[in-house]
Design a protein around this ligand. Structure first.
Ligand SMILES: [Zn+2]
Length: 264
């Protein structure tokens, strides 16, 4: 659906160019005709047009997801994970989001859980900060108040525009309690789903849904969008297939050398 949107845009652009070429040819032709110097439109006419053409490109998704459990100083600015800048923080403000307080064993369980949610996709989940390249930073820990959103009942928050948001910072607050690992894991996967363009779905088992009914995964079937009732999806379509949309966004996981060797 979204690819179609961009295809339509580029087709529209093509149509606009063609129409403009004809228009300029006609205008130039009229002027030259009036001046008695009519000629076919030349290269200069075209290069003026080319400068005016806007090219629409779908943003490429970041293929690394970095889970950060350390305290993090975030600044309000357009998303830039490498610079600790988040569009979710008020511009110019800065907050120190506290460390995720859990044992190493607990953290490893959380990391493993998030990896399992994205196991089928070509994306790397790590708790080591990448030295270069683009990546999504998931700041785990703290509360909504940690980023200036006190009183908001949020498990987490992420930037969302229906397309990929590369280099984004996502927040997954520590929800504590008995189901701590499962809840925090699902929140992380849900918020990351948003930066890959997924809307809320209205199907309990899906990670992108608000309903509670035990462990969730990215469901592979068409689902209505919605929070507490069904509504059309953000891209105006009537359904979303979370698993399939993610697959198209990220591609399927490629088997690594070790698992290839073991299959021989
Ligand atoms: Zn959400």
């Amino acid at each position: 659906m979204r690819r179609l949107f961009f295809k339509t845009l580029s087709m529209l652009t093509t149509v606009v160019i063609l129409v403009s070429v004809v228009a300029v040819a006609a205008l130039a032709g009229t002027a030259r005709l009036r001046a008695g110097k009519w000629a076919l439109p030349n290269r200069e006419d075209l290069s003026v047009l080319v400068k005016e053409v806007v090219t629409y490109e779908e943003p490429q998704p970041s293929k690394t997801i970095y889970l950060d459990r350390e305290a993090l100083q975030v600044m309000g600015a357009p998303d830039n994970a490498a610079k600790n800048q988040s569009s979710l923080v008020a511009p110019g403000q800065s907050f120190l989001v506290p460390r995720y307080k859990a044992s190493n064993a607990n953290w490893q369980r959380l990391l493993g859980c998030v990896q399992s949610k994205f196991a089928g996709y070509d994306v790397r989940i790590t708790d080591q900060r990448p030295a270069s390249g683009d990546y999504i930073l998931v700041k785990v820990g703290g509360t909504p108040a940690s980023i200036g959103m006190a009183g908001k009942p949020l498990g987490g928050i992420a930037p969302f525009n229906g397309f990929a948001v590369p280099n984004a910072i996502v927040f997954a607050f520590d929800q504590g309690g008995q189901m701590r690992t499962q809840n925090n894991c699902q929140t992380i996967a849900h918020e990351v789903g948003h930066v890959y363009g997924l809307d809320h779905s209205y199907q309990c088992k899906d990670i992108m849904s608000y309903q509670q009914c035990g462990p969730k995964h990215f469901v592979d079937e068409p689902m209505a969008c919605g929070e507490h009732e069904a509504r059309p999806c953000e891209d105006q379509s009537h359904s979303q297939n979370s698993a399939d949309d993610l697959l198209r966004m990220l591609g399927a996981r490629r088997p690594n050398a070790a698992s290839l060797a073991s299959r021989r």
